[in-house]
Design a protein around this ligand. Structure first.
Ligand code: DQA
Length: 146
């Protein structure tokens, strides 16, 4: 089974970006930490980060028939992008949403997710560890579906 890990705008700056909110791990650190978890679960990972909405949508289209599900941190597009939600539903890729910060404890404009109601579930507020929890949750759900 192959799982995609999709990261949206500004997440390439993790490590130096507002560390008091997002922590000090870089995106490469987070992805490297996911590899042994994926191995222990018997899955392969593909990852993609882009700052543009269209690039993220194109990657989801490209992952059709390739990945079985996706861990998605859409960054600020979470709160704004009907197009990204449409791409997730149009591709019918099962996904778990992840956020480093607890978006529900932040500014009002971050408390709504355009993606959440189409997701299998959401993990937020656990920093970089959230990616592991999201991956485990996604695989658990995909395997229990058979
Ligand atoms: C984020 C939360 C979003 O509100 C923000 O725009 C991000 C990061 C998070 O991981 O906590 O870019 O998705």
């Amino acid at each position: 089974m192959i799982i995609g890990v999709l990261n949206g705008p500004n997440l390439n700056l993790l490590g130096t970006r507002e560390p008091s909110i997002y922590g000090t791990a870089s995106l490469s650190d987070i992805l490297a930490g996911l590899v042994p978890v994926a191995e222990s679960l018997g899955v392969e990972l593909r990852d993609y980060q882009a700052n543009g909405e269209g690039q993220l949508i194109d990657q989801l289209h490209a992952w059709r028939g390739v990945v079985s599900g996706v861990v998605v941190n859409a960054g600020a597009y979470t709160h704004t992008s009907l197009a990204l939600r449409d791409a997730l539903t149009a591709t019918a890729l099962p996904f778990v949403e992840v956020h480093l910060s607890n978006i529900h404890a932040r500014e009002p404009e971050r408390r709504h997710s355009m993606l959440a109601s189409a997701s299998l579930g959401m993990v937020c507020g656990f920093g970089a560890h959230g990616y592991e929890f999201a991956l485990r949750g996604l695989i658990h759900t995909l395997r229990s579906r058979g």
